[in-house]
Design a protein around this ligand. Structure first.
Ligand SMILES: *Cc1c(COP(=O)(O)O)cnc(C)c1O
Length: 388
């Protein structure tokens, strides 16, 4: 098997052909020319398939499952991919176990599921709560365990293999939201999950210029079911977005490698600061998530989280940064940070910062973060006690 970089620059692309570009251009077609019997056609109506999606889907499958054949279905956002699994696979009377600390729109999907008669239990990502939550009153109809690891934004990690074994023993499927790690950081299908689902909007596409999602799995019938959901609901990706994301994969290996270096450097620097508490990064050897993370992750991702004394202090820090944009989302080539509490959707302290390390030079990034902390600390927030 080749290495990650070698795989990333070729993933999903056709074999090189003389005098042809190495990457075919995007195909813009609402319908395809259909001489003869349309049943034999690979592409017919644009909602069902497009060669540019196919290229990206092959790439996703190769990266999520390099050793064994897999199938991927791309969507116009991560939420569309998540909805395809939760709403497309669950039936009235089924039970699903979801993380209580997962992506902030999961609770809204949960409400929708419950109105259709799906039963939902939730449990936090850290500790053994998810394992315990598999056992409950569900008439033997536990159908799906949904995991998000590392969780966003809390950065807890759960043991995919152990939970997958336990869920399979109860007859349930296991899906993992692999957004934060990317397939180069973690391969849920190798760890026993049935589905790897992600928002490609973040580190996977990496340039902050597309929204995208995907579902990858090894069972061709399940992939077909997800694909039929896409055709039926019409949740399709534009060819240009698919093409941009595919083009960006050629640097995925370089990006995630540098992001990890930068995230570690920033986390280590934050640790030295008295006003900074609760620094979390699964790559720090003494992080509570590290023992599990080091067993199942190949790279630890770009997100570092920490807490500043109060919201004003956090806002002053964000305003003082010069190399880090005050912006939501994560995984881009430029570092970003935000005070997560401003959205109100996550159970985090008011001074909680989610920091996404980009691909800048680590020395520059650390210097900028330390300088901004100095600026933010020089002024005392109204009502806060000056540290002694
Ligand atoms: C952003 C995100 C999503 C949603 O993806 P979109 O592409 O924004 O729809 C889902 N899960 C996680 C972990 C995310 O960070």
């Amino acid at each position: 098997m080749t290495g990650d970089g070698t795989r990333a620059v070729r993933a999903g692309l056709p074999a090189a052909e003389a005098y042809q570009p190495p990457m075919p251009g995007p195909v813009f077609a609402a319908h395809f020319h259909l001489p003869g019997d349309p049943a034999d056609a690979t592409y017919g109506y644009g909602r069902e398939g497009n060669p540019t999606w196919t290229g990206l889907e092959r790439a996703v499958a190769e990266l999520e499952s390099p050793g064994e054949e897999a199938h991927a279905v791309v969507f116009p956002s991560g939420m569309a991919a998540i909805a395809a699994v939760l709403m497309g696979l669950l039936r009235p009377g089924d039970t699903a176990v979801l993380p209580s600390d997962g992506y902030q729109l999961l609770p809204r999907l949960r409400e929708r599921l419950e109105t259709t008669g799906v039963r939902v239990r939730t449990a936090p990502t850290g500790g053994d709560a998810q394992l315990t939550a598999l056992d409950g009153d569900d008439d033997g109809r536990l159908r799906l365990l949904w995991l998000e690891t590392p969780s966003n934004p809390g950065l807890d990690v759960c043991d995919i293999r152990r939970l997958a074994d336990a869920a399979h023993a109860r007859g349930a499927l296991v899906a993992v939201d692999n957004t934060l790690a990317t397939p180069l950081g973690q391969r849920p299908l190798d760890l026993g999950a049935d589905l790897s689902v992600a928002s490609g909007t973040k580190a996977f596409s990496g340039y902050g210029d597309v929204l995208l999602g995907y579902v990858a799995c090894r069972d061709p019938e399940r992939a077909g079911e997800i694909r039929r959901w896409r055709t039926t609901t019409g949740a399709i990706l534009g060819p240009m977005e698919a093409w941009l994301a595919h083009r960006g994969l050629g640097t995925l290996h370089l990006r995630v490698e540098r992001q990890q270096t930068n995230a570690l450097a920033v986390a280590a620097a934050l640790r030295e600061r008295p006003e900074v508490t609760s620094v979390r990064y699964p790559g720090l050897t003494d992080d509570p998530a590290h023992p599990v993370a080091v067993r199942q992750m190949r790279r630890f991702g770009c997100v570092v989280s920490f807490v500043l004394p109060d919201p004003e202090h956090a806002e002053r820090f964000l305003a003082a940064l010069r190399l880090v944009d005050d912006a939501t989302s994560f995984g881009g080539v430029r570092s970003t940070a935000e005070r997560r509490g401003r959205w109100g959707g996550d159970a985090v302290p008011t001074g909680f910062i989610r920091f996404s390390a980009g691909v800048e030079d680590p020395e520059d990034l650390v210097a900028d973060v330390c300088r901004a902390l100095e600026v933010a600390g020089a002024e005392v927030s109204p009502g806060a006690n000056r540290a002694t």
